[in-house]
Structure formats: C-alpha cells, structure tokens
Ligand binder design. Structure first.
Ligand code: ADP
Ligand code: MG
Length: 625
C-alpha cells in the first residue's frame, strides 16, 4: 500500500501559513506591504488585544476589481511578477503571492476593495480558506482587510502568542520600520480605541525620525550621505547607467549613546527592512574602539542599490537578503560611517577593549591580524580577565575567613621564580589578605594601577564602583530599604511608543525601586522622585537604557531580573566616572569594598573589572625566564 499522499488543500495552507504568519505583527507586516505596493498614500491600522482579537489595515491604494479580489486569495496568485526573470529584479515588497491565502487560512477575514474605474466595490469574506460570501458594496477607492480570530483553527500556534502588550509592541515595531522607510506615507495605529500614533506624510527622512523618536534622540544622531560606484573599472562604469551605484543615507549615534542590545539598529535595503549579519558587522566595525565592547549604538541605515544587486527571495518573510557584492558593501558602509563619526569630532571615550587584550601566544586568534598598538608593544602579555576570576574569588574567600592561611607560591618567592612555581603556573594564585593589594596610582585618572604580591593589577575604577553599588542596592532592596529622593521640579521625559508600552509593564517595579513616575501628556512622562544616589542629569539616560534593555524580554523575564536591571542601571550611573582623580585613601576604600562583593571580577554588565599581569608573565616578558 502506498504511504505517500497529497495533503488536503486546507492542511497544506495551514503549513504554508506557518512560515508567513508567525504572530499578529506578521499579519500587519504583510498587509502594510500590500498597501504600499498598491501605491497607497494613507495607511491606517486598527488592532484589538495586541492584534489577537482584530487587525484591520485600511488604505487608499489602487484597489482590486471583483475578479482579482477573489483570485488574490489563491495560493501563488500575484500581480507583481510574471516570469522567472522577474525574480532577479524585484521592485515590490511582495511577490510570492502567499500572504493573503496564508492569512485567510488561519483567521476569519473580510476584504473590501474598489478600484478607481469600478463604480462599485467588492467584499469577500473568508474563514480558514472557505469563501463565506462575495458581495457588491459601496466604498471609496482602496482596500480594507479585516482579520479576526487569528489562529482560531491552529490552537498550537495560538498557544505560543504572548500577552497583548507584547504582541502590540511587535506591531508597533513593524509599523515603526515601515514608517521610517516610507516618510511620504501617512501611517497611524489605533489600539483598542486609543490612537497610539498618527504620522503625517513628510518630505524628509529626518522629519519622520523626529515624528517616530522625538527630538532627544535626533540630537544625538549624525546624518550622513555617501555613495560608491558598483564598478571600479572606469570603462565598465561608463558603459553602465548612472544609477549603478550604492547609495547610503544614514543616521548614527554619537559615542556616548550606549544601548545594551541591538534593538536600535535598523537596516533598510531599497526600503525593505532587513536583518543581515554582514550589515551589522560593517556598522559595529565602524564603531570599533569608539564604543566599549558589549554596548551598541543607535543606527538607521538606508541603503539603495540596483534591484538586481540584491536577492530578496531567500525566506518567506522576506527580511533576509543576499547581496551580490558583499565585501564592497561592507567596506563602503564601514568607511563612510567611520569617516562621519570622525568628522563629527566626538571625544573618543577612554576605554580598553578586553577582547583586544586577550593575547594568548599559545593560541593565536585569526582575528588578531589587525594591528593593535598595545599588542605590539607588549607582545607576550596574556592579560586574560578569565584568569582573574579564580584569583579574586580566592581573594574573597580568604577575606571572609582571614584566619585560613592560604599560601601563595608567589608570596614565598624572593627574586626570581622557583621551579615549583613554574610547575604550578596554571593554578590559581591565592592571597591571604586584601590589604596585600597596594594601589600605586592611576592611569588617565581612570584605572587604578596596583601591585599584589608581585602581580600587577589594573582596576577599572568605574566598573569596580559599579559592582559595589550594584550589590549594595540589591541587598538593600532585599531588606526592603529603599531610599528615595524627591525632585524639586519633575523631570519630563519623551518616550517612543515601544518604550511607553514597556513602561506600563514595569511601572509597579519602578515604583518599588524608588521611582515616582506619572504619565504627562502625549508620549511624555513626569518623573517626580528617583532612587537616592542618582543625579537628575543621569536620569533620562538611565530610563532610556532601562526600557531598551527590557524591550525584548518584558513579558518573559522574572521580576528578579527586572530588579537586577534597575540596580545595574542605577549603579552604572551613580558610579565614579573615568577621568576622575582618586585620593590614595579612596583607592584603598574602593579595593576593600570591591573585595567584599560577591563577584569582584565582572561588572553587572559582564565587563571585566580587574586585569592581572602575573609575576611569572612579567618575568617572561623581560626574558628573565
Ligand atoms: P503578493 O503581495 O506577494 O503579490 P499577496 O497574497 O500579499 O501576494 O497579495 C496577492 C495580490 O493581491 C497582490 O499581488 C495584489 O495584486 C493584490 N492585493 C493585495 N492586497 C492589496 C491591496 N491592499 N491593494 C491592492 N491590491 C492588493
Ligand atoms: Mg503581499
């Protein structure tokens, strides 16, 4: 008996829908793309219950005549491509002919539409691919697609949907992206009767950025435009059209903007929002040594190139692309952004990138081919933060039990290193008392240089203090002690929509952390009191980082994690800054307090606090052994 069989159409549709329709935001994305492809000017999106209850997208585009309105729900029915060659040069956002049948396959859907030359419009009602009715209706030109009960017939998918607010924030995200790519369109979003935004059509990209993000962020961005010909060979270039070039219009943040994740990186290729590792790499390379490791800038890159240069038919959701000339694009982006950042004359913050310092001569990394001054001058310097962790944890243990005499091989040495030491080189070095660490001074008023029984330590004063404060805040919170300070004048903060939604989710937690925050008009917020130890100047930044950091995880993350994030942010902003002179006694205090903490080796954001240059390594570097 044969076991291979054709699946019924309804099941095949459900399977295919799985790829296109992941959540309400994917429905919004597909419908918006259809409206933009239909040359609509005004787009209106209405949702209820984060899109789980209802999604409606209304446009004033070309519309569909009655036959097309029905045909559009057939799988692989599209007006956007005709022949295979068209796939190499896709100029529309859609082209696969999959969205409408997929959405209709997993929801109850009503499409109403009318073209300019038809006196009467058409209404098509479908539920799970069954056509329930087709009617003539009176309506203005354009199309409305109303989607109800998403996944009503796919319970497995429905179970995976998140809380209303999370789904709504995904929708906001999608719409924000299209709003940025299409400033000439007006786009609005209404959720459960509340208008969340209504971006009017504008001429300049910059104006749209202002509408979406507000003036605060815009002030921190550098605008740049650049282009590069696709063909370096002159004669080749001459034969080609003028437009055969890559053009970049970008907005990138100044080095003092630090985001904890990549949520604020936007890449558009020919007005399509894309996710691409190469583009991210090019951007982050431009920021290398300008930003500390582990933090990210805000960047919006609008890239244009001939359609034939990019393949968008890679994934059903069309957010992944392939470029024909990867390295040309990479280098062009990196150099243009780098140049713009340099020209803007930002002060490069004093920072050490631990990755660059992890020079292990026994295991050379392929990525170390880039020249690195520090590496060149100290070729054998294995300043590995990892080796520190064990060392300092040993330290902490001995601090807690000062009586235990943990002997260090280094303590016993006088002069050159003993044979015994050499054999024990790989082991942790433990010292008996934190007083053994002697501060010697500061480098650039930012790093404490200290000796520790023959080892050289470099301590990042900012992150050290950050760790101390972080643990202090957390333990105070556990004991219910929260110091709050009222602000004389409430601080007014502008929020993006995404942030506003997240704020609603964590407002209780913020309050219990000593914040008093109240809504203050349209997308603004009044902060009336804040946790003690925090200056008003740092507040805005703190709140922004807090909201951005939580953006992705709001619904899934535990309250404990939110508390930690808040504590980490407060600690970071209240901690001693770099470029601050420290008295000897202050350095002693800092080291003592640091060694009392649970994790003295890494800061709450995961960066190393202390670098150790062991005695053995010093001796080796001086070729004494
Ligand atoms: P695709 O966009 O890949 O062509 P869809 O399933 O999304 O496939 O849509 C099928 C067809 O329906 C489109 O090619 C287009 O002709 C038509 N269509 C869909 N939405 C609209 C709309 N809002 N306005 C006008 N035509 C539309
Ligand atoms: Mg489409």
């Amino acid at each position: 008996m044969s076991k291979v069989r054709l699946l019924p159409e309804s099941l095949a549709n459900k399977i295919a829908a799985g790829e296109v329709v992941e959540r309400p935001a994917s429905v919004v994305k597909e419908l918006i793309e259809n409206s933009l492809d239909a040359k609509a000017q005004n787009l209106k999106v209405i949702v209820r219950a984060g899109g789980k209850g209802l999604i409606q997208v209304l446009d004033d585009g070309e519309g569909l005549n009655p036959d097309d309105a029905l045909l559009a729900f057939e799988r692989h029915a599209t007006s956007k491509i005709i022949k295979a060659e068209d796939l190499t040069e896709i100029t529309t956002l859609g082209f696969r002919g999959e969205a409408l049948p997929s959405i209709a396959g997993v929801s109850r859907l009503i499409m109403e539409t009318r073209t300019q030359d038809q006196p009467i419009g058409t209404s098509v009602e479908i539920a799970g691919t069954r056509i329930l009715g087709v009617k003539e209706i009176a309506r203005p030109q354009g199309t409305s697609v109303l989607v109800r009960d998403l996944f009503f017939n796919v319970p497995a998918r429905k179970k995976f949907l998140r809380a209303d607010n999370t789904e709504l924030s995904h929708i906001v995200n999608v719409l924000t992206q299209y709003a940025l790519a299409y400033p000439e369109n007006s786009i609005s979003l209404t959720s459960s009767g509340r208008e969340l935004f209504n971006f009017q059509s504008v001429v300049q990209l910059k104006e749209r950025l202002f509408q979406v993000f507000g003036s605060d962020l815009l002030k921190q961005l550098v605008e740049l435009e650049a282009e590069v010909p696709l063909f370096s060979n002159q004669t080749q270039a001459k034969e080609r059209f003028d437009q055969e070039r890559i053009y970049l219009h970008a907005f990138v943040s100044s080095p003092d903007v630090h985001k904890l994740n990549r949520n604020s990186l936007y890449f558009f290729v020919n007005r399509r929002m894309v996710r691409d590792k190469m583009l991210i790499h090019a951007l982050l390379e431009a920021y290398r040594r300008i930003l500390p490791s582990g933090v990210f800038p805000v960047a919006l890159l609008f890239i244009e190139m001939p359609y034939s240069e990019v393949d968008v038919n890679v994934h059903p959701s069309k957010t992944e692309v392939r470029f024909r000339r990867q390295s040309l694009i990479h280098d062009f982006l990196q150099e243009s952004i780098r140049k713009a950042l340099m020209n803007a004359r930002f002060q490069t913050p004093f920072s050490v990138q631990p990755e660059k310092l992890k020079v292990n001569p026994r295991a050379p990394q392929p990525s170390q081919k880039t020249s690195n001054n520090l590496k060149n001058s100290l070729p054998e310097l294995p300043l590995s933060p990892h080796s520190l962790k064990a060392t300092l944890l040993g330290n902490r243990l001995s601090f807690q039990s000062p009586d235990s005499s943990i002997s260090s091989p280094l303590c016993a040495t006088s002069g050159l290193i003993s044979r015994e030491e050499q054999t024990r080189e790989g082991e942790d070095i433990k010292i008996s008392n934190c007083r053994d660490i002697q501060p010697l001074g500061q480098i650039e008023e930012s790093f404490i240089v200290a000796s520790d029984k023959g080892s050289l330590l470099i301590i990042d004063q900012h992150v050290a203090h950050e760790r101390i404060l972080f643990e202090k805040i957390l333990s105070e919170r556990q004991q219910g002690k929260i110091e709050t300070q009222g602000l004389l004048l409430p601080l007014i903060v502008e929020l993006t929509l995404q942030q506003q939604i997240i704020l609603e989710n964590i407002s209780t937690e913020l309050n219990s952390c000593g914040f008093e925050v109240e809504p203050f008009g349209h997308r603004t917020l009044a902060i009336k009191s804040v946790p003690a130890d925090l200056t008003a100047a740092d507040l805005k930044k703190l709140l922004g980082e807090l909201l951005d950091g939580l953006e992705k995880e709001t619904q899934q993350v535990s309250l404990e994690r939110i508390k930690e994030k808040i504590a980490a942010s407060i600690a970071c902003h209240a901690a001693i800054k770099v470029n601050t002179h420290l008295e000897y006694s202050k350095m002693i205090w800092l080291i003592d307090e640091l060694l009392k903490t649970k994790y003295p080796t890494t800061c709450p954001h995961g960066r190393p606090i202390i670098l150790r240059y062991k005695k053995m390594e010093i001796l080796k570097a001086f070729k004494r052994i």
